[in-house]
Design a protein around this ligand. Structure first.
Ligand code: NDP
Length: 464
């Protein structure tokens, strides 16, 4: 189905989660698709995000497992030690394998892959500049910007001495002392992971409580659990400057005058959209104040023919959201798959996990949001020592929490902090998407003995 006189029906700039999915899905509709990527295929998620982060989180969990195993009768004949170089090499090998799979997906789908940086020349022309500096121009009926984001480090004195999450996976030497600045997803995950791998870790957050935007009880519970695990979580802390210490070390000077010495200072203070060099201003693509691209419900930018999705539009910076946006866009531009209805993006009840130790899983509204939206709510919650830890010796506790709209009996928020929270909440997210009521939760038989069964056995209202 060649639908235009252009070189391509769709040209995608950026080979990350959203771009790859859009390119592949469009190609399966029979249209001609081109893609430019300047780095390795797979974008943030595959190369410096979700995948290597989760691998390192698995690695870090072994530290607890070695200790807890003793309660189950295991004798550690030798103290386990982390071989950081081996962990890095194994991770790099797996990521290369995934890069190859992503490349293969493109080739097999018939997408024409170009290696280089894209610049938009006009609404239907892109210029791709390869590493050798050679530029080629290509025309397309539709252009999709899926260039993602990159870590943002504020303009503090000594910022050049700070590392970002991109650097953490390949640190030449494992940091014995790590200072993390920022109390969001990345700061909390990295603090937990590097602490688990053996770094003495301090997390500095400027506000009152880490993980702003999450349920308040979840935030406080997670901060307490992280502290119990040994992460030094400090709130109300502002960094005045970073200085070079002796050798390769750093000194973090706080605004209260105290000083922290560290081998690595990680700034996890948010991300900014990758828009540099795209030529957006020249062609008139409207951007928000933070640089993200403004799009309508069909991901159309202010310039007809140019679309954008994923982290570069900054709605919800999550891989599965970029994938869903890509599929909705392809259905919109080229029609749905045969026999299927066109998909539209729905941002309600998107589940998410934070891979802290213990992890958070959450879907729906926080208690405060539900109270504001519905007025009358019922809150059911329980925190308990999981069965595993009756013998493991660990003091880790698990929190489960349901928020119910009193008027309709619908469960409008579900939160968990505890082992496998992401795995558990994924299933319950389907229930929330279907509008399940508390009565239906109650009518569901638990799986015994699990932590997940607590969600269907919460009978006492904790608060209204
Ligand atoms: P977040 O926006 O989640 O957190 C940024 C943190 O840095 C906040 O605590 C913020 O504080 C703080 N901060 C911002 N600016 C400054 C500053 N100038 N000085 C000091 N502190 C500052 O961003 P992340 O970088 O952690 O993650 C980006 C996004 O990536 C996430 O929002 C999420 O969508 C996605 N992500 C998802 C993951 C997952 O699904 N598991 C994992 C990792 C990332 P304050 O709260 O006061 O603004």
């Amino acid at each position: 189905m060649n639908t235009s006189s252009h070189d391509f029906d769709l040209f995608v700039i950026g080979g990350g989660s959203g771009g790859v999915r859009a390119a592949r899905m469009a190609a399966t509709r029979g249209v001609r698709v081109g893609m430019a990527e300047s780095g390795r295929m797979g974008g943030t998620c595959v190369n410096v995000g979700c995948i290597p982060k989760k691998l390192y989180s698995y690695g870090a969990h072994y530290a607890e497992a070695f200790v807890e195993a003793r309660g189950y009768g295991w004798q550690m004949v030798h103290a386990p030690a982390l071989d950081w170089q081996m962990l890095k090499a194994n991770r790099a090998q797996e990521i290369s394998r995934l890069n190859g799979i992503y490349d293969g997906l493109m080739t097999n789908a018939g997408v024409r892959r170009l290696q280089g940086r894209g610049r938009i020349v006009d609404a239907h022309t892109v210029e791709i500049t390869g590493e050798d500096g050679q530029a080629t121009r290509h025309t397309a009926r539709h252009i999709l910007i899926a260039t993602g984001g990159t870590p943002f480090v504020p303009a503090i004195e000594g910022r050049e001495l700070a590392a970002t999450s991109d650097d953490m996976f390949d640190l030449p030497v494992f940091p014995q002392r790590l200072v993390v600045v920022g109390g969001g997803y990345i700061g909390c995950e990295m603090a937990s992971i590097f602490h688990g791998l053996g770094a003495q870790t301090t997390l500095l957050y400027r506000g009152e409580q880490i993980l702003r935007g999450f349920d308040d009880e979840v935030r406080a519970f997670t901060a307490d659990e992280m502290r119990k695990h040994g992460v030094d979580v400090r709130v109300g802390c502002d960094v005045a400057r970073i200085e070079a210490g002796s050798g390769d070390t750093r000194r973090v000077v706080l605004s209260n005058g105290s000083v922290l010495d560290a081998d690595v200072v990680l700034y996890a203070t948010g991300r900014k959209p990758n828009v540099e060099g795209l030529g957006l201003a020249d062609v008139g693509v409207q951007q928000a104040d933070n640089g993200s691209i403004v799009v309508d419900e069909h991901f159309a930018t202010s310039v007809p023919g140019i679309f954008a999705l994923g982290d570069v539009v900054g709605r919800m910076e999550l891989t599965p959201v970029a994938l869903a946006e890509a599929m909705a866009l392809v259905d919109h531009l080229f029609g749905p798959a045969p026999g299927k209805a066109a998909r539209r993006m729905d941002y309600d009840n998107i589940p998410t996990a934070v891979f802290t130790h213990p992890p958070i899983g959450t879907v729906g509204l926080t208690e405060a949001q539900a109270r504001e939206k519905f007025g009358a709510i019922r809150v059911f919650r329980s925190d308990f020592k999981p069965l595993k830890h009756t013998l493991s010796g660990s003091g880790e506790r698990t929190l489960v929490k349901l928020i119910v709209d009193a008027g309709s009996d619908r469960v409008v928020g579900l939160h968990m902090v505890g082992a496998d929270a992401g795995e558990i909440v994924q299933g319950f997210a389907v229930a929330l998407k279907c509008g399940a009521t508390k009565a239906q939760f109650d009518a569901t038989i638990g799986i015994h003995p699990t932590s997940a069964e607590e969600f269907v056995t919460l009978r006492e209202v904790s608060r209204t």
